[in-house]
Write a protein that binds this ligand. Sequence first.
Ligand code: HEC
Length: 152
Amino acid sequence: MKTFKKILFWSLVGFAIIQFIPTDKVNSPVDHKVNFIDVKKTPEKISGLIKGACYDCHSNETVYPKYAYIAPVSWSVKSHVNAGREHLNFSVWETYNEDLKESMMNKSIQAIQNKTMPMPGYIVYHKEANLSEAERVLLIKYFEEMLKSETD
Ligand code: HEC
């Protein structure tokens, strides 16, 4: 029992200490001239879906949930956001060249179809990202339209 108490005590101390290791949650400002949904003048219904399902990890408009402030969860959240932005950042869409835009639209269509995006773990805590079949079809159709207009 003594050992158990010691372990518990030091675990709590450790947990308290890691709270002081900060994660950077400051979003870069959004330039509307290069932001996907502004440039595309995406209809509200679709932009709502993209913002609700993708923008937390693939834009500079991340809204961090409360649990994202508690280490070590905060580190995991931040690493997903960093990796998401690195691969695809809708906030800087217009800075991408044509090849990258085409590839990102294709990959997004595939990811939505295969349900690898939005990330399954994320959907559990974000109802608005839990896209219905109809919403997935809408998004895919919209991205297909964009793909056509990009390659014209
Ligand atoms: C919870 C965070 C999160 C959400 C929400 C999310 N993604 Fe991702 N996405 C990632 C991460 C992290 C990666 C990096 C690759 C990986 O780890 O799977 C990624 C990778 C991708 C890629 C692959 C890019 C490449 O270079 O291969 C595409 C495309 C993509 N996401 C599209 C989307 C779309 C479209 C949505 C919304 C329907 C979405 N994602 C929602 C985190 C997220």
